[in-house]
Ligand binder design. Structure first.
Ligand SMILES: Nc1ncnc2c1ncn2[C@@H]1O[C@H](COP(=O)(O)OP(=O)(O)OP(=O)(O)O)[C@@H](O)[C@H]1O
Ligand SMILES: [Mg+2]
Length: 463
């Protein structure tokens, strides 16, 4: 139950207001002065302050200023008489959530309170997530508190200081490169280069010369000697991305490099010693590739000294709110004053948590970046989300439009009626078609048409 502190020097007002709030299910405290209010704020848990402006001694505005010093996020609603709107404006400048002009209807007050408290909850939730980010739910830049992520941190912590080869497995966008970087920058090799090669990005012959380098004149166009990535990664780490795409002949050559710790440049004759730590990543399951004769088993065992598996985002939903918040902070920081965004509404967060994220963290990151740039208010709301994310049924229903106090049954019935009208319209009043669109049986539709008196309203074919 939320607790509201009512501050007013008029006893009558205090009594009436606390009665109204109690009827609405709120608990309340009352204070006859600003000083009394501050005492209560020190000793009780208060969720919202409702204060009069004109009071002897400390005014409501003074009280607001004091509250903003102690608990800046706590919502304060200012009650002010007609004719003193400039006071209300001053209060808004000083951080009041909103103001209400006396005398007011009870419903107006309750609507203001409900809205302020729900805003406060969002602010609190965002602050909680920020705290969580600052404490244990990350490993460097890697965010996540789910069991598999905790396990991953443990693996990184243990394997980073060693020279062991690591195989990172995960769908596209799960953070394989991030993990590879994290291993390198937590290893004794961190002062030396981290060299990345995407095995899928080159044709076979080009990839060979990228990896091994070539001697001058090794082939047409080889005008000068060029060191390959094995050599460039000297005393550092070599990250072979998409290793599942490495052509068979190069798999054999890589195996030899790993065994002998030497390479020969293309067109060269003498072996050159190399010293790199290998991290490989794949979005394929290499065991399956071995079964299909696409990947050498002996190389697999060389690579897979330690395996780090990053599960897809849809299998670790509890990481989504943390990631969301991390990206909101990241992109608002980057966009400077361009963005007004400071958090995300509960509805929007829920939609993001329910989304299957086939593009994993990268897709979530892109969605948040877009929202931060395009949203024109403090919180990202469902309408700010891209249409393909919002398509979950119901997520775009604007609950704001439904008046306070309207019951669930009534609201659902209204929605049902409109859906039926639309289906009948689309199907040209053909009931079998309309029933199909709605995903219900024909007799079910018939009953509902009667229930909403739509059977009389409609004309045209009925079959
Ligand atoms: N756990 C995480 N915490 C924070 N950011 C993450 C996390 N996982 C991924 N990212 C971010 O998501 C984006 C994609 O990550 P990354 O490039 O490492 O994925 P990947 O698995 O290598 O993808 P691909 O297979 O497509 O190459 C990056 O911007 C990365 O910083
Ligand atoms: Mg990658």
């Amino acid at each position: 139950m939320e607790t509201i502190l009512i501050v007013d020097d008029e006893k009558h007002y205090r009594l009436v207001l606390s009665e109204v709030l109690q009827e609405e299910g709120y608990a309340s405290f009352t204070a006859a002065s600003g000083m009394e209010a501050l005492d209560l704020l020190n000793s009780q848990v208060i969720d919202l302050v409702l204060t009069d402006v004109k009071m002897p001694g400390m005014t409501g505005i003074d009280l607001l200023e004091k509250i903003k010093e102690i608990t800046p996020e706590l919502p304060v609603i200012i009650m002010t008489a007609y004719g003193s709107v400039e006071k209300a404006v001053e209060a808004m400048h000083k951080g009041a959530y909103t103001f209400i002009l006396k005398p007011f209807e009870n419903e107006t007050l309750i609507a203001h309170i409900a809205k302020s408290i729900s805003m406060y909850r969002i602010v609190q939730e965002n602050a909680r997530l920020r705290d969580a980010l600052q404490t244990r739910y990350h490993f460097g830049n890697i965010i996540g508190k789910s069991k598999p992520m905790q396990k991953l941190y443990e693996i990184i912590r243990k394997v980073a200081p060693t020279n062991a080869s690591v195989l990172i497995e995960g769908e596209s966008g799960t953070g394989k490169e991030l993990v590879a970087r994290s291993i390198h920058y937590n290893s004794p090799r961190k002062e030396n280069p981290l060299v990345a090669v995407n095995c899928a990005a080159f044709a076979e012959s080009l990839l060979e010369s990228e990896l091994f380098g070539h001697e001058k004149g090794a082939f047409t166009g080889a005008a000068a000697m060029k060191k390959g990535r094995f050599e460039l990664a000297d005393k550092g780490t070599l990250f072979l991305d998409e290793i599942g795409e490495l052509p068979m002949p190069l798999q054999v050559k890589l195996l030899r490099v790993l065994q002998e710790k030497t390479i020969e440049r293309v067109g060269g004759t003498s072996p050159i010693p190399v010293d790199f730590r290998l991290i490989a990543a794949t979005n394929k399951v290499l065991e399956d590739e071995i079964a299909k004769n696409n990947f050498r088993e002996d190389l697999y065992y060389r690579l897979n000294v330690v395996k780090a598996v990053i599960p897809p985002l849809r299998e670790r939903q509890e990481d989504i709110p943390l990631l969301m918040n991390h990206f909101i902070q990241k992109f608002t920081r980057e966009s400077g004053s361009v963005s007004q965004v400071n958090g995300i509404s509960r509805d929007a967060a829920q939609i993001l948590c329910d989304h299957p994220w086939h593009g994993n963290v990268r897709e979530l990151e892109n969605v948040i970046e877009r929202c931060v740039i395009l949203a024109s208010h403090e919180f990202i709301t469902p309408v700010d989300l891209p249409p393909q994310i919002r398509k979950t049924p119901g997520s775009t229903l604007d609950l704001e439009g439904i008046p306070e106090g309207v019951g669930l049954a009534e609201t659902l019935a209204a929605v049902e009626k409109r859906m039926i009208q639309r289906a009948m319209h689309i199907s040209g009043n053909v009931q079998t078609k309309a029933a199909h669109i709605l995903g219900i049986g024909k007799s079910g539709l018939n009953q509902k048409l009667k229930k909403y008196n739509l059977d009389k309203e409609l004309s045209g074919p009925r079959s």
